[in-house]
Design a protein around this ligand. Structure first.
Ligand SMILES: C[S@@+](CC[C@H](N)C(=O)[O-])C[C@H]1O[C@@H](n2cnc3c(N)ncnc32)[C@H](O)[C@@H]1O
Ligand code: SF4
Ligand code: SF4
Length: 495
C-alpha cells in the first residue's frame, strides 16, 4: 500500500516546513517532557497521557487537533453567562453550534474527520449543554467512537453537578481527561453566577442551589482524582463577581488533585441575550486576566492557550475547520481510513524530539546568561512550534515572555488579518498595533517594509529573519543578542 498524502497542519503549508535556522543553538536530543524536563517516572507517565491532547499540553496543541461533537444540548443548571445557540455559523464562543447531532450522526462525522484530518487525537463533548446531564447521548457517542477508532482519546466538559453519578462509567469507558467548570467555592459568590440548578428532580435557587453545585463539584473532582483521571478545571473570570475569589478556587482544586487550571475571560455582549449580557456585566481586560494567571502560576499547572471553542469545533486550536464537514456532505457509507493519522503520528514523534532539544538548548542558554533583561515577543505561527505564518495572514499571535527564568508562552492575542486578498488593510493594521501593546518584538515568516515601519513607529520591532525557525531558538537568540554584553556577541539584532 502506498503512503497516503499527508496534509500536515490545517493550512496549505506544513508546520514542519524547514528553512535555514537563524542563529543556531542546537545540541543533543532531549527526552520527552511536558515541561522541558522529565524528572521522574511519574512525569514520564503523565507526559504519555497528555502528549497528544491539545488542551492538556501546550506543546501538543502545535501538532494535535480536537473535535467537539455537539450531542449534548440539555443542561441542568443556568449560568448567567451562557446562551446555547444552534444554526449558528458566525459566532465563535462556547455553547454555540451549527447543528445538534444525534450519536449516530456524530459517529459518521467523527469517521469522516478522522479519515481526513491526520492531526485528530481527541473527541470531546463540550456542550452545547452538559455531557454528564445528557448522559445517554454521551455514552452512545463514546461507545460508537471507541468501537470504530479505538486509539482516539475521549474527553468531556461538565459543570460537575451530575458528575459524581457517572465517574465510574467514565473510568470504564477509558475517559482519561475531564474538564469541570468551577467558578466558585463560596455559595454566596455562586448565587451571583447561577440563578438555578436542577438536582434530584428539584429546582434549587440562590445560595442553596450554589451550595449543592459546589459540593457536587468537589465530590466529582475527588472521585476523578481517586481514579487517576486527569482533571482540568475551567474557571470563567467575571470582574467584580469572582475574579479575586478565583485564588481560593485555585487552592481548593489543587488540594483535591486537579491537574490543570484554565482561567478564561467572560465573553459577554448584549446581543448574546444572557443575564450578564443584558445587565452590562463587563468582561476582563487582557491585562487583568494575565495578572490573575500570573498570580495563580506555580500552584496547579496553568492552561494559557485556551481558545474558548464552539461546541462543534474541529481542528487545531485556533484554526477551525468545522465548515468543511457539513453533515449533508458526509457519505453515510465511508469507513474509517487510519492511514493518514498513523503516518502523521510517526512524523510528529520525530519532529518533537528535535523541537524539544531546541527548546531545551534555548532555555539553557537564556538562563545561563543570568541577565536581568526581559522581552515580550509575539509570534506568528500556524503550528509545529515554528515561526511559519506570514504577518499578513496571521489571525492569532502567540506571546512569549523571556527572562532569566527562561522562555515561556504567556498567552495569545487574536487579530484581524492585515492582508486580505493580497492587499494590506490599514484599519486592520491599526487594530493589530493596538493588540501589540506591551510587545517588544514580532516574529513572522514574512513581513513587508510598510507594516514593519508602522510597527516600528509604535515601538514594536518586527522581523522575518527567523522564518521557519523553532520559536524558542529564535527568541533565545534574540534575547542573547540583546542582553549579552560580551564583546564576542553581536550587539545589533537582525531587525
Ligand atoms: C458551553 S460549556 C459546556 C460544558 C459544560 N456545560 C460546562 O459548563 O462546563 C463549555 C465551557 O464554556 C464556558 N462558557 C460558556 N459560556 C461562556 C461565556 N459566555 N464566557 C466564557 N466562558 C463561557 C463554560 O463555563 C464551560 O467552561
Ligand atoms: S453549565 Fe455549561 S451549558 Fe449549562 S448553562 Fe452553564 S455554561 Fe451553559
Ligand atoms: S475550549 Fe479550551 S480547553 Fe476546550 S477544546 Fe477549546 S482550547 Fe481546549
Amino acid at each position: 500500500m502506498s503512503e497516503p498524502e499527508i496534509e500536515v497542519g490545517m493550512t496549505s503549508s506544513a508546520p514542519f516546513d524547514r528553512a535555514p535556522m537563524a542563529p543556531a543553538m542546537r545540541g543533543g536530543r532531549a527526552s520527552s517532557s511536558y515541561d522541558l524536563s522529565v524528572t521522574d517516572d511519574m512525569d514520564a507517565r503523565i507526559w504519555e497521557r497528555i502528549k497528544d491532547h491539545p488542551c492538556f499540553s501546550e506543546q501538543a496543541h502545535h501538532y494535535f487537533a480536537r473535535m467537539h461533537v455537539a450531542v449534548a444540548p440539555a443542561c441542568n443548571i443556568q449560568c448567567n453567562y451562557c446562551n446555547r445557540k444552534y444554526d449558528c455559523t458566525n459566532e465563535s464562543r462556547p455553547g454555540v453550534a451549527s447543528v445538534k447531532l444525534t450519536p449516530d450522526q456524530a459517529l459518521r462525522k467523527v469517521i469522516a474527520v478522522a479519515s481526513k484530518v491526520p492531526e485528530l487525537s481527541v473527541i470531546g463533548i463540550a456542550g452545547p449543554g452538559d455531557a454528564c446531564y445528557d448522559w445517554k447521548k454521551t455514552v452512545a457517542t463514546f461507545e460508537g467512537v471507541a468501537r470504530e477508532i479505538p486509539d482516539i482519546k475521549l474527553c468531556i466538559s461538565t459543570n460537575g453537578l451530575a458528575l459524581p453519578d457517572h465517574v465510574d462509567e467514565l473510568a470504564d469507558m477509558n475517559v482519561d481527561h475531564v474538564t469541570i467548570t468551577i467558578n466558585m467555592v463560596d455559595p454566596e459568590v455562586g448565587a451571583k453566577i447561577y440563578p438555578w440548578i436542577l438536582h434530584g428532580h428539584r429546582r434549587y435557587t440562590g445560595i442553596e442551589g450554589a451550595r449543592i453545585l459546589h459540593e457536587r463539584q468537589m465530590l466529582g473532582l475527588e472521585m476523578l482524582t481517586e481514579r487517576g483521571i486527569l482533571t482540568k478545571i475551567n474557571s470563567v473570570m467575571i470582574p467584580g463577581v469572582n475574579d479575586t475569589h478565583l485564588v481560593e478556587v485555585n487552592q481548593w482544586i489543587r488540594d483535591r488533585g486537579a491537574f490543570m487550571h484554565n482561567v478564561v475571560p467572560l465573553i459577554s455582549k448584549h446581543s448574546h441575550g444572557t443575564y450578564y449580557g443584558l445587565t452590562g456585566q463587563r468582561c476582563p481586560e487582557q491585562f487583568e486576566l494575565k495578572a490573575l494567571q500570573d498570580c495563580l502560576d506555580g500552584n496547579v499547572k496553568l492552561m494559557r492557550h485556551c481558545q474558548q471553542c464552539r461546541a462543534d469545533a474541529i481542528g487545531l486550536l485556533g484554526d477551525d475547520r468545522e465548515r468543511e464537514f457539513a453533515l449533508d456532505q458526509i457519505s453515510t457509507k465511508a469507513g474509517y481510513d487510519a492511514n493518514k493519522r498513523e503516518v502523521y503520528r510517526k512524523l510528529v514523534e520525530h519532529e518533537r524530539e528535535d523541537q524539544f532539544a531546541a527548546k531545551l538548548d534555548a532555555n539553557k542558554a537564556v538562563k545561563s546568561l543570568g541577565s536581568s533583561g526581559t522581552l515580550v515577543v509575539a509570534v506568528a505561527t500556524k503550528g509545529g512550534g515554528r515561526i511559519n505564518e506570514h504577518f499578513g495572514q496571521v489571525r492569532e499571535l502567540q506571546l512569549y515572555a523571556v527572562s532569566r527564568k527562561g522562555i515561556n508562552l504567556v498567552g495569545h492575542r487574536k487579530v484581524l488579518p492585515y492582508c486580505l486578498g493580497g492587499v494590506g488593510e490599514e484599519s486592520a493594521l491599526d487594530q493589530i498595533i493596538v493588540a501589540l501593546d506591551g510587545i517588544d518584538i514580532l516574529l513572522s515568516a514574512k513581513i513587508g517594509d510598510g507594516p514593519k515601519k508602522r510597527l516600528a513607529k509604535a515601538g514594536v520591532r518586527a522581523t522575518d529573519a527567523f522564518a521557519y525557525a523553532y520559536i524558542e531558538t529564535a527568541i533565545g537568540a534574540l534575547y542573547i543578542a540583546e542582553f549579552d554584553r560580551k564583546p564576542s556577541m553581536p550587539t545589533a539584532l537582525p531587525l
